[in-house]
Design a protein around this ligand. Structure first.
Ligand SMILES: Cc1cc2nc3c(=O)[nH]c(=O)nc-3n(C[C@H](O)[C@H](O)[C@H](O)COP(=O)(O)OP(=O)(O)OC[C@H]3O[C@@H](n4cnc5c(N)ncnc54)[C@H](O)[C@@H]3O)c2cc1C
Length: 460
């Protein structure tokens, strides 16, 4: 049996810990089920944004008619782009492996890991023990139990990247961010997209005003069925047929491919946790305290496997916090009050902090709104729909939440994130000059018209 100072299960966001441990000459075991490198690099953020960057360019061109720009015959190469994504991914995998090979004190077990007891892990069929254990083995696509689904060779965010031919029609099951980003990419590349979502709106947890503008815009490039449920799938000769329950009616739809994007589930169930003192909480996610410690001594967990906020930037921050808490006397709480999220679809969406409804439950609030056209640069962008909404605590003037839909939302949100994270007042933003005429003024604008009005929805 080999003994280590540190064992890390899952090599995604845990890269930070592996580097830190390696640099101080600890003996480290890294256990990662192939392909090496985790979701973000293999199947998530990186490939999806590689696909969305050109898609965004295509959408820009297509929506530029209001600026007097018309381009006929936009040519796109789906097959070439998919090849490029796979090429990049293979290079990144090599670089993940190289990162480990350069340290003699790290052993890589490229295989599944599971616990035999609290300290012993079966790592790629070899028994190892470690003084401190970090669990970061992520999540996987949730596959709903729909009759016939297992017979149709459905796609997930993983298998879609293996496509070597461009499908004509894709049906997407789900209306969350993975569904929206793929709908945006596929439709930009000329594929006919249908979205089937069981909820009444897209991105259910989002500020409802953003969701309704998003819905209106998505309908411009995809067929959208809300309050819709798939009853069953049937594989036909050349295509897939789906029976859908839609507003009390049963309708038959067909597509070449079906993409399942119905959420993610924790990989905690692959770890034989019954042999340990590690507890799981809701929906099988590993239970941790505010310092990211599990219910077992000397064991920490973070990232998608604990299911707090399933984003790469959250997993990275959690990795740093878990490392500090495991290695130093000072204990740091993981803070989640200013988690940013962005969806890189068309139009782009970004949010941080609480929605109006969540804030109103515990605060007396002020709301500020501005359309993009409310600032000079936004007004120039005649092709772009969008608005921002700020939620502020009336008494302290602290920013509680900020929500953006429109161009560059994912960049613009950062100023609000900094203010929410540091719990300073909105005067921090109001007291700073914003470059004229830039879109950054859009962050200032809603704070200049704060109102105690909670009911009025925005005029568009
Ligand atoms: C399509 C898509 C797009 C996304 N886009 C974004 C985005 O734009 N921005 C963003 O912030 N987030 C995005 N995310 C989310 C982000 O990818 C995840 O939150 C992040 O990668 C989680 O990191 P992690 O380290 O917790 O887990 P992972 O990166 O999943 O790493 C877990 C590793 O553990 C391995 N493993 C699993 N079980 C075992 C086992 N028993 N033994 C050993 N190894 C095991 C896995 O194979 C994997 O390599 C996206 C996700 C998807 C699916």
């Amino acid at each position: 049996m080999k003994n280590y100072d540190i064992a890390v299960i899952g090599k995604g966001a845990s890269s930070y810990i592996i580097n830190q441990a390696a640099e101080i000459d600890l003996r480290v075991a890294v256990i990662d089920r192939p392909p090496i490198g985790g979701t973000c690099m293999n199947f998530g953020c990186v490939p999806s944004k590689t696909l969305l960057y050109p898609a965004d360019r295509i959408n820009l061109i297509k929506t530029s008619t209001s600026l007097g720009i018309e381009v006929e015959n936009i040519k796109t190469d789906f097959v070439k782009l998919m090849k490029q994504v796979r090429y990049n991914r293979n290079r990144s995998r090599k670089s993940h492996r190289r990162q480990i090979e350069k340290y003699p004190n790290i052993d890589l077990y490229e295989g599944a890991g599971r616990f035999l007891d609290c300290k012993t892990i079966l790592a790629d069929n070899q028994k190892i023990q470690a003084e401190k254990i970090f669990i970061a083995n992520g999540a996987r696509p949730f596959i709903p139990n729909i009759p016939g689904l297992d017979k149709i060779g459905y796609l997930t965010n993983e298998s879609i990247l293996e496509l070597e031919e461009k499908p004509g029609q894709v049906m997407i099951i789900g209306g969350g961010y993975i569904a929206l980003e793929y709908a945006c990419f596929l439709s930009a590349y000329g594929i006919d997209v249908t979205i089937i979502e069981k909820n009444p709106g897209l991105m259910e947890q989002m500020e409802p005003e953003l969701s309704s503008l998003l819905e209106q815009e998505v309908r411009k490039y995809a067929t959208l069925h809300l309050n819709a449920q798939v009853i069953n799938f049937d594989q036909k000769k050349e295509s897939v047929s789906a029976r859908i329950e839609l507003k009390g009616n049963k309708v038959q739809l067909k597509a070449d491919k079906v993409l399942v994007a119905t959420g993610r589930i924790s990989n905690a169930d692959t770890l034989s946790l019954e042999n340990t003192e590690i507890s799981t909480a809701r929906n099988g996610y590993i239970e941790v305290d505010e310092f990211l410690k599990t219910t077992q001594a000397n064991t920490w967990a973070f990232g998608d496997v604990i299911g707090k906020y399933m984003f790469k930037h959250v997993a990275n921050q959690e990795a740093r916090t878990a490392w500090d808490n495991a290695m130093t006397k000072e204990k740091h709480k993981m803070k989640y009050h200013a988690v940013p999220m962005a969806v890189y679809c068309h139009p782009e969406i970004a949010s941080a902090g609480m929605t109006e409804k969540q804030s109103a439950e515990s605060h007396d609030i002020l709301i500020g709104r501005s359309e993009y056209s409310g600032v000079f640069k936004g007004n120039l962008m005649k092709d772009a729909q969008g608005f921002v909404k700020a939620v502020v605590d009336k008494k302290s003037r602290k920013l509680l939440g900020f929500h953006i839909i429109g161009p560059h939302a994912s960049i613009l949100i950062q100023e609000a994130v900094n203010v929410i994270a540091n719990q300073v007042t909105v005067d921090f933003i109001l007291g700073s000059m914003h470059t004229f005429p830039s879109l950054s003024e859009i962050i200032l604008k809603p704070l200049l018209n704060l109102k105690p009005d909670r009911t009025k929805t925005m005029r568009r």
